[in-house]
Write a protein that binds this ligand. Structure first.
Ligand code: G3P
Ligand code: CA
Length: 231
């Protein structure tokens, strides 16, 4: 079972910052999940559509330019990273799961990803784009057929594995509380990987490991890695 650092190693470092990403790389995770949003003139790594919760700024990310965002403190003196800074820090060391939140002008995003692939900053194997917006995922996959996409859902609707297979998804990303043996069987029969969020407690790690899912997102990837050894 793969361990993904959720928003980087966000239990011990400010979420979605380069510090949290670096810590996850040092732990030796199987992948890192971060949230991608559009600001006025770039893509930045931040969870909320507002700056208020995770920085000392206010206002909508989408209405703010990068120069202004870069003046803000995202916790312990960290700045809000750009997508490019994230890709460069990772330098193809591990799988990056970019979750698209309020992410616009996808043509621009496609160009950035393509360029980073061409420059070998990241390999297609190490890139996984996920979203609750399945229309966006479909469009991204049409533009970049090599792209791995992960279909996010909060609950697990009826026939969700069949839906994800039709979407040509690589993986389904589901709330840990909704995974059950029937869903695991169905998704695996359709060739889909199953990743659950957000898993920090030993009992949940054990349950999901026994269900034979393929990966979990954890805020405390170091602890969670050690839990897996005892399940
Ligand atoms: O990608 C899994 C998980 O991160 C989705 O929920 O709110 O933490 O972005 P959220
Ligand atoms: Ca996320």
């Amino acid at each position: 079972m793969k361990i993904f650092a959720h928003r980087g190693a966000s239990g011990n470092h400010p979420e979605n910052t380069l510090k949290a990403i670096q810590a996850a790389l040092e732990i030796g995770v199987d992948g890192i999940e971060v949230d991608v949003q559009s600001c006025l003139d770039d893509y930045v790594i931040i969870h909320d559509s507002w700056l208020d919760r995770t920085t000392n700024g206010v206002g909508k990310v989408h209405h703010t330019n990068l120069a202004s965002i870069k003046t803000l403190d995202a916790g312990l003196g960290q700045s809000v990273p750009t997508l490019q800074e994230l890709l460069q820090l990772n330098n193809n060391q591990t799988l990056l799961n970019l979750e698209l939140k309020h992410t616009f002008e996808l043509n621009k995003l496609v160009k950035i990803l393509d360029l980073n692939i061409a420059n070998k900053i990241i390999s297609p194997d190490n890139l996984l784009i996920s979203s609750f917006d399945h229309h966006q995922l479909k469009w991204m996959k049409q533009q970049l057929p090599w792209l791995k996409i992960g279909a996010l859902t909060s609950s697990i609707p009826l026939h969700y594995a069949a839906f994800a297979q039709e979407l040509n998804a690589f993986s389904v990303h589901v709330d840990k509380d909704f995974v059950n043996a029937d869903f695991v069987k169905d998704a695996h029969a359709r060739g889909l990987e199953i990743y659950a969020y957000t898993v920090d407690k030993y009992e949940d790690v054990k349950k999901l490991h026994q269900l034979d899912i393929d990966g979990i997102f954890s805020n405390f990837p170091s602890n969670t890695k050690s839990f897996v050894q005892f399940t």
